[in-house]
Design a binder for this molecule. Structure first.
Ligand SMILES: Cc1ncc(COP(=O)(O)O)c(C=O)c1O
Length: 445
C-alpha cells in the first residue's frame, strides 16, 4: 500500500524541535520523516515503504496500526480523558495492575505506574531505598549498577547507568554512593556466540568485591538489565544472573531487573526474568506495555516490598512518590487492548518460536567486511563492526543510513547495529532484514 507522498519540511519548519538523542544539524540537513505505519512497515514522507526492524524504538511489539488499541484509547478519551490517581482512582488502573500481575514472574504482583522507562527506573530506585528505611535498614543507601548499563536519562538512571556520553556532563550531579559491576561484553571470549554466551558467569562475583569494599549494610540494591539493549545488545553469560541473585540473597540486597527492553515478549517469555529463570525483587518496564501507542511505564514490586510500606496509621500516605499521569486512563486503555492482542496472538512467547530464524538470519552476516561479532537472543540481534580509526560510530551510522535508503529501519549504537523487530515478524521479513543489512555492510568501507 502506498502512502500519499507529503511535502518535505523546510529548514525553518524544523528549527524549533530540539530532537532527542539526535545529531540535530545533520538530521535537519537531510531529514528522515516517517508519516504512516501499518503491520511491519513505516512509510516515509517521500512515499517509500520501510520495513521496521526495531519495533519503532523497541516498543511496537504487536506491530503498527492496531485498530483495537486506537479504538480503546479513543473510547476512553471520549468517556473520561483524565482522572487523578492521587487519593482517587479509576477502574481500569486497578484492572490493568491485576492483568499485569497475572503475567509477571511469581510474587511480583504489586504494580506502580509511570510514564516512561526513565521514570520506572527512578521509581524503582526510590522504592528500593525507601524500603530499606521502612524495614529499619536506613544505612543501606547505595545502589550498584553496571558498566555499559542504560537505565534512561533521569539523574538516578544515569548514575546507575554506565554509558559515558550520558554521564560525563553530569558527573557532579550523580546519586551519591553508586558503584558499578563490570559489563559482560567480551568479544575476545564470546564472539559469534549463538544465544547466551558461555564465558563470563564469574563476572557476577565482582559484586562480592564491591560488598567487601562498601559493606552490605550500606547497599540497598543492585540494578541490571537482564540483557542490555541500548548499549548494543550485551547478553548475560550463562549462569551470570543466577549468581547475581545468589549474592544479593546472601547479603540481603534487593535485585532490580530493568526490563524496559526485555519486557513484553522480546526474549520469548513475557519477561526476561522468566526467560532467564531468575526472579528479581523489583522489575522496571515501559516499552511494549502499550505497544508504543501512549507513553506508560510500570514498576513491578515483590509483595514483601509493598507490605513493608503498609505499616503505621492507615491515614498516612505510605510512599511520597507518583506522577500526575501515573495510570492515565488513555494509557490504561491502550495497555489493556495491547495485553488482549498479546494474549490472543500468542505474541509474548512468539520470540521463542522465531529465535532460531533470527539467529540464522543475523549469523549469516559473519564474515562480511569489518564485522567483528554477531549476537542474538529471542527476537533481538546485533552486528558489531570494527570502528574506523579515530572516527568511532561513523561506520555504524553509514550502515544505518544505507539500510534506511534501501527500505529497512535498524537501530545504530556506535558501530553496532541492533535488530528488534515487532513480534509479528515473519521469517521472510527476517531474511529480508539480513539481506539488506548485509548489502549495507558490504557497501560501507
Ligand atoms: C533498559 C532501559 N531502561 C530504561 C530506558 C529508558 O526508557 P525511556 O526512554 O522510556 O525513558 C530504556 C530505553 O531504551 C532502556 O532500554
Amino acid at each position: 500500500m502506498n502512502a500519499k507522498p507529503s511535502t518535505a519540511l523546510s529548514p525553518s519548519e524544523m528549527q524549533s524541535f530540539w530532537m532527542p538523542f539526535t545529531a540535530n544539524r545533520q538530521f535537519k540537513a537531510n531529514p528522515r520523516l516517517l508519516v504512516r505505519a501499518e503491520g511491519m512497515h513505516y512509510w516515509s514522507a517521500d512515499g517509500r515503504e520501510i520495513l521496521d526492524a526495531v519495533a519503532g524504538l523497541w516498543c511496537v511489539n504487536a506491530g503498527h496500526g492496531r485498530r483495537e488499541i486506537a479504538e480503546a484509547v479513543g473510547a476512553q478519551l471520549a468517556t473520561m480523558e483524565f482522572a487523578p490517581t492521587f487519593q482517587m482512582g479509576h477502574p481500569s488502573a486497578f484492572e490493568l495492575a491485576n492483568r499485569l500481575a497475572a503475567i509477571a514472574p511469581p510474587g511480583l504482583d504489586r504494580v506502580f505506574f509511570t510514564n516512561s522507562g526513565s521514570e520506572s527506573v527512578d521509581t524503582a530506585l526510590k522504592i528500593a531505598i525507601a524500603y530499606q528505611r521502612a524495614r529499619g535498614q536506613g544505612s543501606r543507601f547505595r545502589v550498584i549498577g553496571r558498566e555499559k548499563g542504560y537505565h534512561g536519562v533521569g539523574f538516578g538512571g544515569i548514575s546507575v547507568g554506565g554509558i559515558l556520553n550520558n554521564r560525563k556532563y553530569f558527573a557532579a550531579s550523580m546519586l551519591p554512593g553508586v558503584d558499578h559491576l563490570p559489563h559482560t561484553l567480551s568479544i575476545e571470549h564470546n564472539a559469534y556466540s549463538r544465544g547466551l554466551p558461555a564465558w563470563g558467569a564469574h563476572l557476577a562475583n565482582d559484586l562480592e568485591r564491591l560488598i567487601a569494599l562498601h559493606d552490605a549494610s550500606t547497599i540497598a540494591a543492585v540494578i541490571v538489565e537482564p540483557l542490555s539493549g541500548s548499549a548494543g545488545v550485551i547478553l548475560p553469560p550463562v549462569g551470570y544472573l543466577k549468581r547475581l541473585r545468589e549474592i544479593c540473597d546472601k547479603h540481603d540486597i534487593l535485585l532490580i531487573f530493568d526490563e524496559v527492553i526485555t519486557g513484553f515478549g522480546r526474549v520469548g517469555k513475557p519477561f526476561g526474568a522468566q526467560a532467564f529463570e531468575v526472579t528479581p525483587d523489583l522489575m522496571t518496564t515501559a516499552k511494549g506495555l502499550t505497544n508504543g501507542a501512549v507513553p506508560m511505564g510500570a514498576v513491578f514490586a515483590a509483595r514483601k516490598i509493598y507490605d513493608a510500606f503498609m505499616q503505621g496509621p492507615e491515614h498516612t500516605i505510605e510512599l511520597f512518590h507518583g506522577y500526575t499521569y501515573s495510570a492515565h486512563p488513555a494509557a490504561c486503555a491502550a495497555a489493556l487492548a495491547t495485553l488482549d492482542i498479546y494474549a490472543r496472538e500468542g505474541l509474548l512467547t512468539r520470540a521463542a518460536t522465531l529465535a532460531p530464524q533470527m539467529e540464522s538470519a543475523v549469523h549469516s552476516l559473519k564474515g562480511l567486511p569489518n564485522v567483528i561479532d554477531v549476537r542474538n537472543c529471542g527476537l533481538i540481534g546485533a552486528v558489531e563492526m570494527e570502528p574506523r580509526a579515530g572516527r568511532p560510530g561513523t561506520r555504524g551510522y553509514d550502515v544505518f543510513l544505507k539500510c534506511f535508503e534501501r527500505g529497512v529501519l535498524v537501530r545504530q549504537t556506535g558501530d553496532i547495529i541492533a535488530l528488534s523487530p515487532p513480534l509479528i515478524v515473519e521469517p521472510a521479513d527476517l531474511a529480508r532484514i539480513a539481506e539488506v543489512l548485509g548489502e549495507a555492510i558490504r557497501g560501507t568501507a
